[in-house]
Design a protein around this ligand. Structure first.
Ligand SMILES: Nc1nc2c(ncn2[C@@H]2O[C@H](COP(=O)(O)OP(=O)(O)O)[C@@H](O)[C@H]2O)c(=O)[nH]1
Ligand SMILES: [Mg+2]
Length: 448
């Protein structure tokens, strides 16, 4: 890691560097609060984890700030070191001044991004998965993400993975037993034990693999993309769903070129709703660039919503892009002009909603919410690194199973098993490679 000595005393603002009523500054290292008495004044003894009034003094012992301090002595602190929190007024100028003052006059240096938490990791206060949970909690944009982040923080995933690790060790024990004592136990019986324990591990890994199939952005920042022919009524619907005139509506085909997006809140979840350029053959380079962007958006959104005029439903199957981008829902427009043929709707594999029905908005919201609930009920993994490793372990376990069934040489089988265990150790994360650690901590803010 690129952090300096873990024993240095570091300082940083834990709250944003902007005007606010209050701000929290934190110091971490190995110290007594009295070490800073020239600049931090207080009276009487300090009780750990209790707020106490204090004044901050400058080099000439003039009071420059009046606030509260709270001392968390090692090892019972967030990161296992001595931590001092200063609760001050949120004046960015004054806060920078205080940090500079301390760094110039005391053996203190500014913290790097994520350095407080890195120390928690180094002191085994937080496992790597928990740190990833902490990061997701700081970034969470949906209540689902908040719950998942708390699950990671409280170590649920780590527990599950450790159980899987035990299952694999149990399987390995059967394997070793069969090598050592197969004559006693009986070849058939010991082989059955190996295959049974293999299957047991397989069912745990399969659950994880299913959870790893859903791309995390689908539940962290779910996108609803309106797409379809020009003049089908996408922009009209976009405005109607947002309840304000955001997009230009016109009967001139090709009006929407660059896509528009806006937040849409449905039942405590925030979605990004996209209005896009109509998909058609065109010689206009700018319109074509817009269409290429639509294709990008349609690759894996949370929900593809096709917008189609009632009189064009009969030709729906001839639309070339539907094979690559099948809709999850179709909104049928212009039903005020053209009668909707209900028989036609039964031919489609996706549900259709008539936008001129009185209950259209509530039906649409219900559909979206149900879909979100269904996807999240399988508890998709929200960290990309976890998804990739789970998929990899699943594949490795299948390959390992082939070797077992083929009754390959035991040395080959054992080395394949060791590879699976290595990947699992990486997923649990306690022995993560330096570059993985570096990546995570550099994405933390300063002061975390
Ligand atoms: N009669 C009727 N006109 C509509 C309906 N939806 C949209 N329009 C009109 O169709 C034209 C194209 O609509 P627009 O929303 O810009 O389509 P887009 O190209 O898909 O974004 C505009 O003149 C709209 O007023 C509808 O359901 N019924
Ligand atoms: Mg439009």
């Amino acid at each position: 890691m690129n952090f300096h000595n873990l024993d240095d005393t570091i300082i940083a603002l834990s709250t944003p560097q902007s005007s606010s009523a209050l701000a929290v500054m934190r110091l971490s290292g190995s110290f007594q609060v009295t070490d800073f008495k020239r600049f931090i004044r207080f009276s009487g003894p300090i009780e750990p984890r209790k707020m106490k009034r204090c004044q901050i003094l400058d080099e000439n012992a003039r009071i420059i700030e009046d606030g509260l301090l709270c001392y968390f002595p090692a090892p019972h602190s967030y990161n296992g070191q001595d931590i001092l929190e200063l609760h001050l007024h949120g004046n960015p100028f004054l806060l920078s001044f205080i940090i500079e003052l301390f760094c110039q006059n005391l053996a203190i240096r500014p913290a790097r991004p994520g350095e407080f938490s890195y120390r928690a990791f180094a002191n085994k206060k937080l496992a790597f998965n928990q740190l990833e949970g902490l990061k997701s909690l700081l970034d969470a944009q949906s209540i689902y993400a908040v719950h998942q982040a708390h699950g990671l923080l409280s170590g649920h995933l780590t527990e599950e993975l450790e159980k899987l690790h035990d299952q694999i060790l149990n399987h390995r024990a059967h394997l070793e037993l069969s090598i050592d004592f197969s004559v006693d136990v009986g070849d058939e019986q010991s082989r059955q034990l190996i295959l049974d324990s293999y299957q047991q591990v397989m069912s745990t890994i399969s659950v994880l693999n299913r959870r790893a199939q859903i791309e995390s952005h689908q539940v962290l920042s779910p996108q609803i993309v309106l797409y379809g022919e020009t003049n089908s009524g996408k922009s009209t619907l976009f405005n109607r769903l947002l309840a304000h005139d955001r997009a230009i509506v016109s009967d001139i085909a090709g009006t929407t070129r660059d896509y528009l997006s806006s937040s849409l809140r449905i039942e405590r979840n925030e979605y990004q709703l996209f209005d896009t350029a109509g998909i058609r053959q065109t010689d206009d380079a700018i319109e074509w660039a817009g269409i290429e962007k639509v294709v990008g958006l349609l690759k894996s959104p949370f929900c593809r919503v096709l917008v189609c005029r009632a009189d064009q439903l009969v030709n729906l199957s001839s639309l070339p892009y539907l094979a690559d981008f099948p809709p999850d829902l179709c909104l049928v427009t212009h039903t005020d002009l053209h009668k909707l043929q209900f028989m036609l709707l039964t031919e489609f594999e996706f549900p259709c909603l008539d936008v001129h029905r009185d209950d259209f908005i509530s039906s649409f919201e219900h559909f979206i919410h149900q879909r979100f609930t269904r996807i999240t009920s399988s508890e998709p993994l929200i960290i990309e690194r976890h998804r990739q490793l789970c998929q990899k372990i699943h594949q490795l376990w299948i390959d390992y199973g082939d070797l077992l069934h083929e009754q390959q040489d035991i040395a080959i089988i054992a080395s394949e098993l060791a590879i699976v265990l290595d990947h699992l150790a990486e997923l649990i994360g306690n022995e993560s490679a330096d570059d993985v650690l570096q990546h995570l901590f550099s994405s933390f803010c300063i002061g975390k």
